[in-house]
Write a protein that binds this ligand. Structure first.
Ligand SMILES: *[C@@H]1O[C@H](CO)[C@@H](O)[C@H](O)[C@H]1NC(C)=O
Ligand SMILES: *[C@@H]1O[C@H](CO)[C@@H](O)[C@H](O)[C@H]1NC(C)=O
Length: 482
């Protein structure tokens, strides 16, 4: 029966070519009645497939049938070419209103323009993308609009290749680079999540300065506390996206000072998390805090080590983690932990305390003398947009973004640990004095986690508010430990 109907149809077709479509439909109707299961399945599948151009034609300029170098007469379910994530057809049967024809079928096979509207596409690296497609360009999301253009957000990014280029082309005395941990963040996010020290209020800013006795002692031209006190100066920390530099710089300076004062009998790496979670009075954990509050806590309550109370790397938007360490008085101002370490594998929950912190005069020489005699100090500084990209050299805030819109020029307050100084010939031939400073952005930032910054010029206000402290170390601490 099938054979007969095909013969019949072929004959009809020869005489009435314009009835082709109707005849084809009849033909398939008959074919559908035959028992060839494979044929029916493929046909059913094709007919149920959604049209490729429900909104308009994508990739109207692409080559499909042309690449295949053939257009199939009549129906040929194998006459296909890959198209986006599906297939398209180059056979005559594809000529339907809701079409599965390849985009170049009309033009290449029929020599006519397509009856379907052409959807505008966006192109990138020679590839076409439909409307609604997105890609991420550093800190900005770009979206393909229906008119075929990419629209990108206009955020100022934390890693700004223009700043990197401008700094490296100029002779500013330092080099800038890209950091994968900052890539994709906006400048505002960097200021919001990577710093985290509030300026002390004027009552604290005006606190009495301790004047170091400057009996005209000669200070070396280069000094690194780690050389004078080997094994007692702690590695730079990593605050991640926690705006808690107030806690990191305080814990770091206190760790070094306790080690130095105990003459290395104890070298605790104190826990910033202990401060972030427990020093909560007027402090905001990973959303920022004040160093005077941190020092108050170190003196009155004390903190445990990083090993006992590890940093949990909490996101600034997440809930604050509750305080998991408390201490009680043992008399004479000394305290002991009243619970065990949050880290169950830690061996010691000993509480470390400090004496009151003291502010140094904003004097280069007095700060140097203090570091030289007593160890690293804490300093508050203003961090500007170019500082995030610091890689090496002696930093100075550059004017490369002067004249740009305000959103490219942001700054925020940070706190760091100054461990020494030096001087070096810079490219323009002049000798530049610098401070050697530990940051808390991990050891793959800057010069192994450190940076050098111009000294004696209050660069970024780094000499404005500098703090030293004594650990509370007794003779027992020195003799019993170790
Ligand atoms: C394809 O379809 C269009 C629109 O339905 C029609 O005008 C045209 O004649 C058809 N072409 C062929 C070859 O059947
Ligand atoms: C910066 O680093 C990121 C991640 O490592 C990389 O994807 C990006 O292309 C780099 N950007 C530039 C401008 O080098």
């Amino acid at each position: 029966m099938t054979t007969l109907s095909i013969l019949f149809l072929q004959e009809l077709q020869q005489h009435y070519p314009r009835m082709k479509l109707i005849l084809l439909a009849l033909f398939f109707f008959f074919l559908g009645m035959n028992s060839d299961v494979t044929a029916r399945r493929s046909r059913t599948k094709r007919e149920l497939a959604p049209g490729l151009y429900s909104l308009g034609m994508r990739d109207a300029g692409g080559s499909y049938c042309q690449l295949r170098e053939s257009c199939c007469p009549g129906r040929d379910d194998a006459c296909t070419v890959p198209y986006l994530d599906t297939i398209c057809y180059c056979d005559l049967f594809c000529n339907r209103t809701v079409s599965d024809c390849c985009p170049d079928f009309w033009g290449y096979c029929l020599g006519i323009s397509p009856p379907i509207s052409i959807l505008k596409v966006c192109t990138k690296h020679g590839k076409n993308y439909p409307s609604g497609a997105t890609y991420q360009d550093n800190c900005n999301r770009c979206t393909c609009t229906p008119d075929g253009n990419w629209y990108c957000e206009q955020n100022s990014c934390l890693i700004n290749p223009r700043i990197i280029d401008a700094v490296n082309r100029g002779s500013y005395g330092w080099r800038a680079g890209n950091y994968s941990q900052f890539w994709g963040m906006t400048l505002d996010e960097g200021i919001q999540y990577r710093l985290g020290t509030s300026k002390p209020p004027s009552s604290v800013m005006n606190m009495n300065e301790l004047h170091v006795n400057m009996n005209n002692e000669d200070l070396p031209t280069y000094f690194n506390a780690a050389d004078k006190w080997p094994g007692m100066i702690h590695e730079p920390l990593d605050q991640g996206n926690c705006a808690g530099s107030w806690a990191f710089s305080t814990a770091a300076v206190a760790s070094d000072r306790l080690s130095i004062q105990s003459m290395g009998h104890m070298t605790p790496a104190l826990s910033p998390q202990n401060l972030l979670s427990c020093d909560t009075r007027n402090q905001h954990g990973c959303r920022g805090g004040r160093v005077d509050g941190a020092w108050w806590y170190l003196r009155r309550r004390g903190i445990v080590t990083e090993e006992c109370y590890p940093f949990v790397g909490l996101n600034a938007n997440g809930p604050a983690s509750p305080c998991m360490m408390h201490s009680r008085s043992m008399g004479r101002g000394k305290r002991q932990a009243s619970n065990s370490c949050p880290n169950p594998y830690s061996s010691s929950n000993e509480i470390y305390q400090s004496t009151p912190a003291y502010r140094l005069a904003s004097s280069e020489k007095e700060i140097m003398k203090e570091i030289f005699n007593n160890g690293p100090v804490q300093a508050i500084m203003e961090v500007h947009e170019d500082f995030f990209m610091y890689q090496s050299g002696i930093y100075r805030h550059t004017p490369v973004m002067v004249g740009e819109e305000e959103r490219y020029r942001r700054h925020g307050t940070h706190s760091v640990r100054v461990i020494g100084w030096g001087r070096e010939m810079v490219p323009n031939g002049h000798v530049q004095k610098y401070w050697l400073v530990a940051n808390s952005w991990g050891k793959d930032w800057g010069e192994n986690g450190y940076f050098r910054i111009a000294r004696g010029e209050n660069e970024c206000e780094i000499e404005t508010f500098v703090v030293g402290v004594w650990g509370r170390v007794s003779m027992e601490d020195v003799s019993h430990k170790k």
